[in-house]
Design a binder for this molecule. Structure first.
Ligand SMILES: [Mn+2]
Length: 323
């Protein structure tokens, strides 16, 4: 079975946007909801509307729950935040989801800026330049050490693991982006493959899945060989989602590029995915800044999504999976 190519949608996505996604030959979406939409009635209504465009939601995201500073930093009130997270897990399970997204990034993705750079063909894209220095400023009042962050995650896993196991829902855990030791004074939970392996060891409930962000893997040499790690994690049944994108180089400097312009051979990576039998969700993750008159972000996603589908189909033909 082919992978499920997805595009991101929200409840506010317009009919034209949903039609445009369908016309790309994309049949699955990642639904990003607001917390007030996390209830059975609203999800059922959104799913029904998606179905009218022959779209099925296979991933559920809620930014306020998946990037939660109070939980990540172990701040006062985290018990209440975990209660909300577990309620979200139950709602997701009842609505038919098998994963919910989690990213241990209390300050979000860190980039030095978005600009036209050497490898962006005139497009405005995100880049990271360690020399610009902003990443070294602690923005949460103090430094949170890597050990503290790992302890906070272990505590979180103890709280949510049993509920997720009972509901049959796994977390799609994203690496830290960029995968460096400290981002704005907060130790990174995941900056190399061993960080995932360490978490698997404490995951007594088998609920931790990998949101395998190929972009992150490529952004730093702290990660290992992307093809080997993909093979290992897919075969272990841990990969629940894939972000398919390329970059110009590794930390201390990289630009987010078109797949064909970055330093990695994305066709080899696609063949690894196909050869290992990965059949879950895959998306392009990021794209250049869209033009308002050209469909904004979704318009900007169209070319890289089509290119990724082309690579996928070519890999399937080459490996005899598509006739
Ligand atoms: Mn990603």
């Amino acid at each position: 079975m082919s992978m499920k190519v997805t595009c991101p949608v929200r409840s506010a996505s317009t009919d034209e946007e949903l039609a445009f996604i369908r016309e790309m030959g994309v049949e699955h979406v990642e639904l990003n909801i607001k917390e007030e939409e996390a209830n059975a009635e609203m999800l059922a209504a959104i799913h029904k509307r998606l179905a009218s465009f022959e779209l099925t939601s296979v991933l559920l995201s809620c930014n306020t729950l998946q990037k939660n500073k109070i939980i990540d930093l172990g701040l006062e009130g985290r018990e209440e935040e975990v209660r909300r997270f577990n309620a979200f897990v139950r709602t997701a399970a009842e609505a038919g989801y098998h994963t919910v997204s989690v990213a241990w990034q209390p300050n979000g993705i860190y980039r030095s800026g978005r600009a036209v750079r050497e490898h962006t063909r005139g497009g405005v894209s995100a880049y990271y330049d360690e020399e610009e220095g902003g990443i070294r400023e602690a923005v949460n009042g103090r430094v949170y050490t890597m050990d503290e962050i790992r302890d906070n995650f272990a505590w979180f896993l103890e709280q949510v693991g049993p509920v997720m196991q009972e509901c049959g829902v796994r977390m799609a855990l994203h690496p830290n982006d960029p995968p460096v030791e400290y981002v704005c004074g907060v130790g990174s939970l995941i900056r190399c493959s061993d960080d995932y392996r360490r978490i698997f060891e404490i995951d007594k409930w088998g609920v931790v899945g990998v949101k395998f962000c190929i972009g992150c893997w490529l952004e730093s040499s702290s990660f290992g060989d992307v093809n080997k790690d993909l093979e290992e994690f897919i075969k272990a049944g841990r990969v629940v989602s894939v972000h398919f994108r390329n970059v110009s180089g590794t930390v201390p400097y990289f630009e987010e590029t078109l797949d064909e312009d970055g330093y990695a051979n994305m066709y080899e990576i696609m063949k690894t995915l196909v050869r290992c039998g990965y059949d879950g969700p895959i998306s392009v993750d990021h794209a250049f800044k869209g033009y308002p008159s050209m469909g904004g972000m979704l318009g900007a996603f169209a070319y890289p999504t089509g290119h990724m589908k082309g690579l996928m189909h070519a890999a399937e033909y080459e490996l005899g999976i598509r006739k």
